[in-house]
Design a protein around this ligand. Structure first.
Ligand SMILES: Cc1ncc(COP(=O)(O)O)c(C=O)c1O
Length: 374
């Protein structure tokens, strides 16, 4: 039985009639840029994430970049984040002229370790950019308390965390602003690139809206900022609005598959995902850890079960980012976790049988090693 890691076509098939109608309405209607779907999506996502403003942009990367520009992060500033993330988190910091300061992660949750943040704060620290990795929020109570104590900003990289909450508070609503990604493979994925900024700050929202369109002010062809061209296409907004109607159900399917994995793998010696207290996890990834990760992946591959490694190489091991850390060994937890993690298929278009099969292949691997060792 093949178990694919993603099945984008199955997502489309489930909503084919609605998607085709929505896309056709955009193409035939002629409102291609910042049309009614774009505006409605901004309001819908903002409300969902407990925020006053939503600013649709053309990727999660641009959401972070525009947010950073809008809060004034730039040359000479430092932004605290982690090296166990998708490159965009640090890339956007570097693009502003600021310096990413990598702190280590928690070995159990893989999220930023709040206990490591304070030692990394200097007079140049402008912000913390925590990443809500794999579908659950990092410890925002701790992060926010540290930031408030030192009067620095919190920007949330919520690219992987739509609909995630902590003690009932949605991702994106605690920091001054947050960036979401709707890249194809996210829990809510467009038919291409798309992203969105949320904030409760009126002035910041206005700046983001301006920077998204060349820094244009309230009047056309008058410029208040240096900006970009980063609008979300109306076609993408239309597709996203159709998929949004299914997001709660799709996330529930992910949660059911996570429960199945927990049940089936409880006796294995894998490190299973840990959910922080108070978190509603949306299971963007189901990520296990074992020192024998590569052998486990080979065993899965031999049985046609796909898996992915997020992330195999910590950011400070890549040449362009090496200058922002003290070399190999400087972030020991990040480095160990990068060697050991493996994500199992958990997308909502799997069948219960496929998840059961994937779990049984993992179990076969772990129990054969336990027997070999005894
Ligand atoms: C943690 C994280 N940050 C930022 C991004 C960037 O989003 P996008 O791919 O939409 O530019 C992603 C998505 O891949 C991500 O996973």
């Amino acid at each position: 039985m093949k178990v694919p890691f993603y099945d984008i076509k199955a997502q489309y098939t489930e909503l084919a009639a609605e998607t085709d109608a929505a896309v056709h309405a955009v193409i035939s209607g002629g409102a291609y840029v910042m049309g009614p779907n774009h505006n409605a999506l901004e309001a819908e996502i903002a409300a969902r994430q407990g925020c006053k403003h939503g600013i649709a942009v053309n990727s999660g990367t641009d959401a972070l970049r525009i947010l950073m520009d809008a809060v004034g992060i730039g040359q000479g500033d430092e932004v605290i984040t982690t090296a166990f993330t998708f490159v965009a988190s640090a890339e956007t910091i570097v693009q502003t002229g600021a310096r990413p300061v990598f702190v280590d992660i928690d070995p159990i949750t893989f999220q930023i370790d709040p206990a490591k943040i304070e030692a990394a704060i200097t007079p140049r620290t402008k912000a913390i950019l925590p990443i809500h990795l794999f579908g659950q929020m990092c410890d925002m109570t701790a992060v926010k308390a540290i930031a408030d104590r030192h009067e620095i900003l919190v920007l949330e990289d919520a690219a992987q965390a739509i609909d995630s909450t902590q003690h009932g508070v949605p991702a994106g609503s605690i920091g001054i602003g947050a960036g979401f990604s709707f890249y194809v493979t996210k829990n809510l994925g467009a038919a291409g690139d798309a992203g969105l900024i949320v904030t409760n700050d009126d002035e910041l929202a206005q700046r983001c809206r301006s920077i998204r369109v060349h820094g244009m002010g309230r009047e056309r062809y008058y410029y208040d900022h240096i900006g970009y061209t980063s609008r979300m296409d109306e076609v993408q907004a239309a597709v996203l609005r159709v998929k949004l109607t299914k997001l709660t159900e799709w996330n529930a399917r992910r949660a059911a598959f996570a429960a199945r994995y927990f049940q089936e793998l409880a006796d294995s010696d894998l490190r299973l995902p840990a959910t922080l207290a108070g978190n509603h996890h949306t299971w963007h990834q189901f990520t296990v850890a074992t020192p024998e990760r590569d052998a486990l992946q080979a065993h899965l591959r031999a049985n046609e079960v796909d898996s992915m490694i997020y992330y195999p190489v910590p950011l400070h091991f890549h040449e362009p980012y090496a200058r922002f850390a003290d070399g190999r060994g400087s972030l020991p937890v990040t480095e160990e976790v990068s060697r050991e993690v493996l994500s199992l298929p958990i997308h909502p278009h799997l069948s219960a049988e496929q998840v059961q099969f994937a779990a049984s292949v993992v179990r076969e691997f772990t129990s054969s090693r336990i027997h070999a060792a005894s």
